[in-house]
Design a protein around this ligand. Structure first.
Ligand code: C2E
Ligand code: MG
Ligand code: MG
Ligand code: MG
Length: 292
């Protein structure tokens, strides 16, 4: 029986591996088609002020509405898109769609709506020699001012850039802001932070939620001290409950993102959310209160 079980485990393992390789090949083959056929769509997760829960901006997050599989999350196709290079056309589409949507919200909602859109970018995109030019073209095509766009890269993206780190300088000179995503989980060194042209840190949710190995507030308080010393904006990711929001506010965090405030939403749901909020009285800067 033991031998039989052993054999069958090995067999399942091999079949599982083969299936996942076939799966990722199939995903790669379908991706370009999916982009052309309009199967990709974006959701937008609010980024809010911890002091009052007002809307600062949104992060654009891509999904794939697959005809057979339903909604496929980015973790299942972004790595394949990166390996195959399809992240370049996919990323161009994401950027255009996100800039269009923010410009539409600016027209429709003015200062009550999101003021900034954050867009995730892979190293492969930044290493593409035409990338910076295409970003500039997208901004002028959509009429979005560059300071309303923040591009998010991870620390491993930054390390993988090598010589192409100059692309970040070019983007920043255009007035676009750069955020370091999932901060604290990658190869963060003070040298990296010192040398990288960044404007914003996004504290990874493992620290926000206290699921890292350190004492609960150790990393959040070390990172806010660092952000303040270096003069960077700071957003806490993955805030799931009031206790986490309160602790971060006490530590001095200004901005947060997470299910406690809002899940990633359709454009219509963001519009409806903003429309349902009480209008700020005149004199107050227009921004929505998401916790009212
Ligand atoms: P990310 O950029 O760190 O995005 C945040 C992820 O955390 C999103 O997952 C979001 O839905 C999730 N999240 C937000 N609040 C909470 C919370 O309170 N609790 C928990 N547990 N999770 C929360 P999502 O949408 O599945 O995206 C996963 C990752 O896929 C993103 O992580 C990003 O690295 C990548 N990604 C998404 N869209 C794009 C894109 O257009 N381009 C590229 N290159 N990567 C993308
Ligand atoms: Mg991100
Ligand atoms: Mg993140
Ligand atoms: Mg993350």
């Amino acid at each position: 029986a033991a031998k039989h079980h052993g054999g069958s485990n090995v067999e399942q393992y091999t079949e599982g591996m083969a299936a996942s390789i076939a799966d990722s090949a199939a995903i790669g083959a379908q991706l370009q088609h999916a982009i052309n056929e309009g199967q990709m769509f974006l959701e937008y997760q609010p980024i809010v002020t911890l002091d009052g829960g007002r809307l600062k901006g949104v992060e654009a997050l891509v999904r794939w509405n697959h005809p057979a599989r339903g909604i496929v999350p980015p973790i299942e196709f972004i790595p394949v898109a990166e390996r195959t290079g399809l992240i370049v056309p996919l990323g161009d589409w994401v950027l255009l769609e996100a800039c269009r949507q923010l410009a539409a919200w600016r027209d429709e909602l003015g200062d009550l709506g999101p003021g900034i859109v954050n867009v995730n970018v892979s190293a492969r995109q930044l290493r593409d020699p035409g990338y910076v030019g295409r970003v500039a073209a997208t901004l002028s095509e959509t009429g979005l001012p560059p300071h309303r766009l923040t591009l998010e890269i991870t620390e491993s993206t930054a390390v993988a850039l090598g010589e192409s780190v100059g692309a970040l300088d070019d983007l920043r000179r255009m007035g676009i802001r750069i955020a370091l995503d999932d901060f604290g989980t990658g190869q963060s060194t003070l040298t990296l932070l010192h040398e990288l042209p960044v404007d914003q840190l996004k504290l990874d949710r493992s620290f926000t939620q206290g699921t890292d190995t350190g004492r609960r507030d150790t990393m959040p308080s070390a990172v806010i001290a660092l952000a303040e010393a270096v003069g960077l904006d700071l957003v806490a990711e993955g805030v799931e409950n009031r206790d986490q929001a309160d602790r971060l506010a006490v530590l001095g965090y200004q901005y947060a993102q997470g299910y406690h405030f809002a899940r990633p939403l359709s454009p219509d749901a963001v519009t409806a959310m903003v429309a349902a909020l009480p209008k700020p009285s005149s004199g107050e800067t227009g921004a929505a209160d998401l916790t009212a």
